[in-house]
Design a protein around this ligand. Structure first.
Ligand SMILES: *Cc1c(COP(=O)(O)O)cnc(C)c1O
Length: 951
């Protein structure tokens, strides 16, 4: 269409997709095709490729036509306007909070923080690692425990992880687990979901009355309870230990500024959420959950743990410790399937604590408690029965037969209370509670406004906190806005995020997170909603959820979608549970075996085990594809027991396997279900649909394919999509009956709802044609890189016509054999060139997996390829003996600014060390190569004393 304008400023796809028309022509020329359509035909098996009419592929014709950035913001604003931001006093683990604006602007709205990747390359991640070690220190200090990890997905999943941790760590062989009656209902629901497939029997008891009879491996209590009640658990913990059981306590961190922490009571583990530390409720998420343990259980902690180590110059440096990426190593024996966690929210909570310090947090806690006390006193004075005398922020009232009326009256004052049952109303105070809110509540109870009446203390004297906390300079030196602003900038300047250069991480799809997509997540109409707010307050966001579910169903070719899982791992778990429960519903309880190809992502095997399945590994052929002969043999071996196969498509090798339809058919014929891991959907959107080419269920990663930023390791959203027969088994929620009765996998009904507008905006602005060109451009770029690098680093796997999908694996094993230069050396050297390394040694050890995505323009892709080619020349000089294998610019990498001064004893020049790509636009790595093993031998997982940094 020659008379069409080549560039339309209102066309968002033209902003999202990196290469312009001329660049794309160049890319296509290099890979030897004349158009993106030819590329599609050559790269993707015809058996799965969708038909296309006017640039729109079969499944996507139901998507609305693309709109511009300003139009999408207007539409989002209209949706937001249909929500009502009432004063939320519902409680149950979600409280309003006042996020300091300095943190909103410099973290939540700063791409330097939100576009960062998980800190697997610690040398260029020191900023977020420091923020995370602050988080760990904050949690450990407040809970009185010794080691905390660097975030969990939410409070309820943290509780479930605490349960399985106690089972691993303890010596009891009992399958029974005791939980208190006074738990948040969503915590209880997720525990039940997790317990069932693992054969754990959950026993409920009112722990204020002591322990039940019989044996059990663990006990779980909450402080304060869901009813607001505070119970001293010290005697319970002693009694449980005497009976051979371990104890986990769910605790509110704000309350712990005033109360004896569970660690000091002898608890083995402590869990909860850090939501009320400045992270908006967001209709349920995302927020950082936490899990902390006694140091003797440190090696049992799931998720990521940041520790202190040293770099090559002997200076202190941070890196992920111990079990990091442990699913990739331990697979079905991993402690948990958690991979993506909640880093951005953990950073926010840690900085909230940093900004307020112990004094500020204590003041906030006293105010919150003061509000609750004043309210309780006013209610009592008006003749209302207040059930518990000991409480922190939540007041439980008994109003026989009147509860619904009170809640309705409060709603008239724009205040949401918790309707516990027909006779009880719960009222939770928080940082945002003011006198006017309390007056409205009293009015709703029909009680005179008597807030002046003397309010007696409500925290038991015997539980008053006496220990200090947050004494480290990280929590005492950033009290002014200037200091905090500079601290945040200083930290983020140490890191390479997408705001500095491309992050070519295979399998992780680090693409643009556009400003227009991000804009609405800080709007109060989306982020100040309580997840259990009345449905008529949340019409807008529910509409957005419904749109997104139907759009994602179209894109994937499935019938139904649940947005509840808050990471890919949780989507896998939910999807496998659906399969397991489907088999059970048909009386096929013997179908418990899950086939997983050897190349699979580590979370796959870990999730299958959590869903109660046995994992059988299927071999891959030399070309990387699933070995069909081995598959058929395994199917025959396990015939009766076959539950499912879990494949990734395109494969984790970055290839469109030709035989995918045969694989699916073979499993279906044997009565199994097909799980297609959709993390690689960036190679499929608008091209092929897993729900149509053989999948029964898939999860997608909205934080990969659909533009939710990676946040330095979370948040994520991992929707699960299923065909109709599995729909009854999709996630449900005890407080959202509209979702049906399926198992609850997250604390909130719609998971991390407040970041769904990002994906909504992306799909809305791209439209069907834009999404399809994005996928094809990503594939074109990956093939371009494969062509450009192949002569320097052989590309390991290709599919039809020598094409790769959206990523390519380059093989360094022979190079390492010949020269001694390793993938690590190349990865670290890339930092000297200003790049984040590609995915290292996954799925094949000794290789790098490169994924450019559609968002990088040709100049950036070429800059990366040039760096790789230059690195290859450096490797050759090592190979030729010019530099020794243990003293060359690769082994010495990364090089810091300090390398410019002082004595220089290396056989390569300083100039080459620090300015390999020229001095312009130099990004300085803040530390030299970090010694990981040293840190694991000397495990330190909280802020090191300040002297440790003076060298
Ligand atoms: C990223 C990824 C996952 C896990 O997703 P998380 O959100 O990190 O839990 C699973 N499978 C594959 C192939 C992935 O790339």
């Amino acid at each position: 269409m020659p008379d069409q304008p080549t560039f339309d400023p209102a066309d968002f796809a033209g902003r999202h997709i990196g290469p312009n028309r001329a660049e794309l022509d160049r890319i296509l020329h290099v890979i030897g095709v004349d158009s993106l359509d030819t590329l599609a035909a050559k790269a993707i098996p015809g058996s799965i490729l969708d038909t296309v009419t006017d640039g729109v592929s079969a499944g996507l014709d139901t998507l609305p036509a693309a709109v511009s950035e300003h139009e999408v913001l207007a539409e989002l604003s209209a949706l937001a306007g249909r929500n009502t931001v009432a004063t939320s006093m519902i409680g149950l683990g979600y409280y309003d909070t006042l996020t300091p604006p300095v943190l909103v602007r410099n973290i939540l709205e700063s791409p330097a923080w939100y576009t960062a990747y998980t800190p697997y390359q610690p040398e260029i991640s020191q900023g977020r690692l420091e923020a995370l070690i602050n988080f760990q220190t904050m949690v450990a200090d407040l809970t009185g425990m010794e080691v905390a990890n660097s975030s969990m997905l939410d409070e309820a999943t943290a509780a479930a992880e605490a349960m399985t941790l106690l089972r691993r760590a303890g010596r009891s062989k009992s399958p029974r687990f005791v939980v208190d009656t006074d738990l948040f209902p969503q915590t209880r629901a997720v525990i039940d979901t997790r317990a069932t497939p693992l054969g754990i029997e959950v026993v409920e008891a009112d722990l204020s009355q002591g322990l039940p009879d019989g044996d059990f491996f663990g006990v779980l209590a909450q402080l304060p309870g869901a009813s607001g009640r505070i119970v001293d658990h010290s005697a319970l913990i002693v009694a449980a230990h005497e009976r051979g059981a371990l104890v986990a306590v769910g605790a509110d961190l704000l309350a712990l500024t005033l109360l004896t922490p569970p660690g000091e009571m002898g608890a083995d583990a402590c869990f909860g959420t850090t939501q009320r530390f400045g992270v908006p409720m967001g209709f349920g998420g995302p927020h950082a959950g936490y899990l902390a343990v006694h140091s003797k259980h440190a090696r049992q902690l799931p998720g990521r743990l940041v520790g202190v180590s040293v770099d090559a110059d002997g200076d202190k440096a941070y890196r992920l410790a111990l079990q990091t990426r442990e699913q990739h190593i331990r697979r079905e024996k991993a402690t948990s399937n958690i991979c993506t966690a909640q880093v951005l929210l953990a950073v926010l909570a840690a900085m909230y604590a940093s900004y307020h310090g112990a004094e500020g947090l204590t003041t906030i806690a006293r105010r919150v408690n003061g509000s609750a006390r004043a309210l309780a006193a006013g209610l009592r004075a008006g003749g209302v029965d207040v059930v518990h005398a000991a409480f922190f922020d939540t007041v439980l009232t008994r109003v026989p037969g009147r509860a619904a009326d009170v809640v309705a009256a409060a709603k008239g004052w724009n205040v949401n209370l918790r309707l516990v049952d027909a006779d009880h109303v719960g009222i939770a105070c928080d940082e945002a509670t003011g006198t006017a809110h309390l007056q409205s509540v009293l009015a709703a109870f029909g009680v005179a406004d008597d807030l002046e009446s003397a309010a007696p203390a409500s925290l038991p004297e015997s539980l008053a906190r006496t220990s200090e906390f947050l004494t480290h300079p990280a929590f005492t030196t950033h009290r002014t806005e200037t200091a905090m602003m500079r601290y945040l900038r200083k930290l983020s300047d140490k890191d390479i995020a997408l705001d500095r250069s491309m992050i070519p991480l295979g399998s992780c799809t680090m693409k643009l997170n556009a400003a227009a997509e991000m804009e609405s997540i800080t709007w109060p109409q989306f982020n100040r909603l309580h997840p259990f707010a009345p449905a008529d307050d949340t019409v807008g966001i529910r509409g957005l959820v419904a749109d997104l579910e139907s759009w994602l169903a179209s894109v994937t070719g499935y019938d139904r979608v649940s947005l509840q899982p808050n990471a890919g791992s949780q989507g896998e778990y939910a999807g496998l549970l659906a399969i397991r429960n489907y088999h059970l519903s048909r009386g096929d309880e013997h179908r418990d075996t899950c086939l997983i190809p050897s190349s699979a992502h580590g979370t796959n095997a870990a999730s299958a085990v959590m869903a109660g399945m046995r994992v059988e590994v299927v071999a891959c052929r030399a070309n990387g594809d699933v070995d069909l002969d081995d598959l058929r043999a395994k199917i025959a071996d396990h015939a009766e027991r076959l539950a499912a196969i879990m494949i990734t498509y395109p494969s984790t090798h970055g290839v469109y396997e030709h035989e995918v339809t045969e694989i699916c058919a073979a499993v279906h014929d044997a009565g199994g279900q097909v799980y297609v891991d959709g993390a690689n959907l960036n190679a499929l959107v608008g091209l092929a649909r897993p729900g149509k080419f053989g999948g029964d269920v898939s999860h997608l990663n909205l934080h990969k394919t659909f533009c939710i930023p990676h946040g330095g390791g979370g948040p994520g959203v991992g929707p699960v999509a299923v065909r109709e027969h599995l729909a009854p088994f999709l996630p449900g929620h005890p407080l959202a009956p509209e979702l049906g009765g399926g198992p609850t996998v997250s604390a909130a009904p719609y998971g991390s709802a407040s970041i769904l507008p990002i994906t909504w905006a992306y799909i809305r602005m791209m439209g069907a044609a834009g999404l399809r060109s994005a996928s094809l451009t990503a594939i074109a770029s990956a093939n371009y890189i494969a062509r450009r690098l192949d002569e320097h680093f052989p590309v390991l796997y290709t599919g039809d016509n020598g094409m790769v999908a959206h990523e390519c694996i380059i093989d360094l094993r022979q190079i390492t054999k010949d020269t001694g230069v390793t993938v690590d050396d190349v990865a670290k050297r890339l930092a000297d060139y200003g790049f984040h390394a590609p995915t290292m040694s996954f799925p094949v050890a000794g290789t790098l997996m490169i994924e450019p995505t559609e968002s990088e323009n040709l100049a950036e892709v070429d800059r990366f390829c040039d760096a790789m080619v230059a690195i290859r020349k450096e490797i050759d000089r090592v190979g030729a003996g010019e530099w020794p294998v243990d003293d060359n610019p690769l082994r010495g990498a990364p090089h810091t600014a300090a390398c410019i001064v002082g004595e220089w004893t290396h056989p390569y020049s300083r100039e080459l060390a620090v300015f390999p790509a020229g001095a312009a636009d130099k990004i300085w790595p803040p530390v030299r190569r970090i010694d990981g093993a040293h840190g694991d031998r000397n495990l330190v997982c909280s802020c090191p004393p300040i002297e440790a940094f003076s060298s």
